[in-house]
Write a protein that binds this ligand. Structure first.
Ligand code: AMP
Length: 281
């Protein structure tokens, strides 16, 4: 596996690969790699001739400086894990490589910026859009792989990819979970053993919502979830919403023939966690 730290090296690598008629898959990450990341890399390796994984803790997508400084980093461990996959290149740029002084301004995101993660983390998706645009322009992959664990991010990436004509085939990959149902996340490393146990509540509530969806009103389901979180001292609910899967429009009732996804965010031991589940495909 090659290690590249500059945009110039990565662009030159991809140019050579694609010139020879081979395809390039891209998996952007913020490191502290876990099985969820590795599942994206393995899928990219199956579907492409060469795979590039990036590790870049993107400062522009953190609205909270404390969250940025606490974000787990483990370059050595990540490098070892990647070497055991078929990943061809690790792209590990520094901040000035991604954001040179001449960087352009904001990218318009619209409605997705006003709900759920967009509403609760002001500026977050502007930062995601900026970094993804820059990465897609540097790497110019044939395909890029994103986890559906960050469902709203997946929708934002699709939107900017098509609005800006970036020409990448954006692929959503299913969420990998622990045996307990807890979605795998780099942030889980920051939880104590007890915290991890308590954090199961996110997935449990999503599954309960799926069981309730045809028998109860949305208001009743939201009340149930809010009661479940209130009964636990160690966790705090930030939002639980039932939404239209394509647009993330927030629903008060279920219109016929609508795909529905439930999205949840909250805190365990001051660590912010998110999850989601398709309630009606
Ligand atoms: P991150 O390093 O958290 O920015 O994640 C990098 C990529 O991995 C994003 O596309 C995430 O959605 C994806 N990802 C994170 N956790 C999981 C998971 N548990 N299962 C599948 N994909 C994931």
């Amino acid at each position: 596996m090659l290690l590249h730290k500059t945009a110039r090296e990565v662009s030159a690598y991809v140019y050579e690969v694609q010139k020879n008629g081979l395809s390039v898959g891209f998996v952007p990450t913020m490191g502290a790699l876990h099985h969820g990341h590795i599942s994206l890399i393995n899928r990219a390796c199956k579907e492409n001739d060469r795979v590039i994984c990036s590790i870049f803790v993107n400062p522009t997508q953190f609205n909270n400086p404390d969250d940025l400084s606490k974000y787990p980093r483990d370059f050595y461990g990540d490098f070892q894990k990647l070497k055991q996959t078929n990943c061809s290149v690790l792209f590990y740029p520094n901040v000035s490589e991604i954001y040179p002084e001449s960087s352009e301004g904001d990218i318009e995101i619209g409605y997705l910026n006003t709900v759920l993660e967009g509403k609760h983390r002001p500026g977050h998706f502007k930062g995601v859009a900026m970094v993804i645009k820059r990465f897609f322009e540097i790497v110019k992959p044939d395909r890029a792989y994103f986890g559906l664990k960050d469902y709203q991010q997946y929708l934002v990436v699709n939107q900017i990819n098509s609005n800006l004509g970036l020409g990448v085939n954006v692929i959503g990959c299913q969420t990998l979970r622990e045996g307990s149902g807890l979605a795998r996340s780099s942030r889980n490393r920051l939880l104590s053993k007890e915290g991890k146990e308590v954090a199961k509540i996110f997935f449990e509530c999503l599954v309960e919502a799926r069981e309730m969806i045809f028998k109860h009103s949305i208001a009743e389901i939201k009340q149930h979830v809010s009661d479940r979180f209130r009964s636990s001292d160690l966790c705090e609910l930030e939002y639980f919403e039932i939404t239209e899967a394509r647009t993330l429009a927030i629903l008060d009732n279920i219109p016929p023939e609508t795909s529905v996804v439930a999205c949840v965010a909250g805190y365990v031991e001051n660590i912010r966690l998110i999850d989601n589940l398709i309630l009606i495909p």
